[in-house]
Design a protein around this ligand. Structure first.
Ligand code: FES
Length: 82
């Protein structure tokens, strides 16, 4: 994948959906920050799970650590605290 290619990511927040044009090299935390959304972090190395969020991909939902996981095109990230 071209690291400079735009990568649309949906953030589902209590205030409504937010579409972010992220970069394929963005972590989920960084993509959220592009839209002014804050995902709490602590270690930023994938150890503590402070940044864990739920992601919907088709019918499946899974948890990931947003500080280390890169965005995927069409990803829907569920934020319960923003
Ligand atoms: S901030 Fe610790 S796992 Fe992401």
């Amino acid at each position: 994948m071209d690291p400079n290619a735009p990568c649309p990511v949906h953030f589902l927040t209590p205030a409504g959906p937010v579409l972010v044009q992220a970069s394929a090299e963005d972590t989920v935390v960084r993509a959220a920050a592009r839209a002014g959304l804050v995902i709490p972090t602590q270690c930023r190395h994938g150890f503590c799970a402070t940044c864990e969020v739920q992601v919907q991909t088709g019918p499946q939902r899974r948890a990931l650590r947003a500080c280390v996981e890169l965005v995927e095109p069409g990803m829907a990230v569920i934020l319960t605290h923003c």
